[in-house]
Design a protein around this ligand. Structure first.
Ligand code: SAM
Ligand code: DTB
Ligand code: SF4
Length: 321
């Protein structure tokens, strides 16, 4: 445990403590998270990241939520890795529209060397636009993480998705430890870690606490913590999972803010199904980043105009380059 200049950074949360945090009276929880948010960040500023799927579908993994898994019939066809020019055109457009980070996703279990080299060229080119770069390519060896660092990569996204206990109910083709190993390789390569999870997969309160405490008990907190609300996609095993109590989703955002005071907490997938009021509660609870752009990877995200209008109504500004 050490004291940073603003909030106390802890790495010793217990599950009981997190469960009781999550079950506090809502007003108490939000009051604390808003206080911590203000100690660490400008309260009315939200960072914008734009996502691009650079390699769609045909993934050998069986993640039960994912429309890009080859195990499920979701209507998402497998495509090849996109060309540098297509990626760069979209990156420049994203910057033009106000994004400060460009995140490139690939539906791989782990990149092959020849593909990694192509992605490194993309990272170098996108970085030259002045935006921060992020990629999410599946598992990485320590050498692959170092190669990405040498290309200038700023962030690597690799989510834990759920608690260690619930994980095996969602994915059978890899285990939790492999996720943790990749995150460690990214950390050792001195790349910023973007790591979060998905809420609404049928997990219980203890699993949500387990996800949060695994993130917050890392020796260094992920710099960026995406909290996704499951997008239920036809053809995936998780389609028709019981719908989440949206207030409980806001509680997860608040707990993430309290437990990881200096990290960016991103209100990630699922915004297209959230009301403006629910998103406003998430920002109040301490979310300070979103995916900005009309598509996530394969599913829809709010229209840019809709997000601009919401920010105007809330007096929120986006962070500047
Ligand atoms: N294949 C790589 C991997 O799994 O790390 C990178 C791409 S993968 C699509 C990135 C993340 O997107 C997943 O870890 C998961 O958290 C999120 N995701 C995928 N499908 C989702 C869905 N239907 N709803 C919410 N989040 C989803
Ligand atoms: C993250 O945590 N969420 C993003 C990004 N990291 C790669 C992906 C969301 C995907 C939602 C389903 C889809 O569009 O395919
Ligand atoms: Fe593949 Fe990533 Fe989708 Fe899992 S989440 S099926 S690893 S693309």
């Amino acid at each position: 445990m050490h004291q940073n200049k603003k909030s106390l950074i802890r790495n010793d949360w217990s599950r009981d403590e997190v469960v009781s945090l999550l079950s506090q009276p809502f007003n108490d929880l939000i009051f604390t998270s808003q206080q911590i948010h203000r100690e660490n960040f400008s309260p009315n500023t939200v960072q914008l990241s734009t996502l691009m799927n650079i390699k769609t579908g045909g993934c050998p993994e069986d993640c039960a939520y994912c429309p890009q898994s080859a195990h499920y019939d979701t209507g998402v066809d497998a495509e090849k890795l996109l060309d540098l020019n297509d990626v760069l055109t979209q990156a420049k457009a994203a910057k033009e529209k106000g994004a400060t980070r460009f995140c490139m996703g690939a539906a791989w279990r782990q990149p092959k060397q020849q593909d990694l080299e192509k992605v490194m060229v993309m990272v170098e080119a996108v970085k030259k636009t002045g935006m921060e770069t992020c990629v999410t390519l599946g598992m990485l060896s320590d050498k692959q993480a170092k190669d990405l660092k040498s290309a200038g990569l700023d962030y690597y996204n690799h989510n834990l998705d759920s608690s260690p206990e619930y994980y095996s109910k969602i994915i059978s083709t890899r285990d939790y430890q492999e996720r943790l190993d990749t995150i460690e390789n990214v950390r050792q390569a001195d790349i910023n870690v973007c790591c979060g999870g998905i809420i609404g997969m049928g997990e219980d309160e203890s699993d949500r606490a387990g996800l949060l405490l695994t993130l917050a008990n890392m020796p260094t907190h992920p710099e960026s913590v995406p909290i996704n609300m499951l997008v239920q996609v036809e053809g995936t095993p998780l389609k028709d999972t019981d719908k989440l109590d949206t207030i409980n989703f806001v509680r997860i955002i608040a707990a993430a803010r309290i437990m990881m005071p200096a990290s960016y907490v991103r209100l990630s997938a699922g915004r297209n199904e959230m009301s403006d009021e629910m998103q406003a509660l998430c920002f109040l609870a301490g979310a300070n980043s979103i995916f900005y752009g009309e598509k996530l990877l394969t599913t829809d995200n709010p229209q840019l105009e809709q997000d601009k209008l919401l920010f105007d109504r809330l007096g929120i500004q986006s962070s500047q380059h």
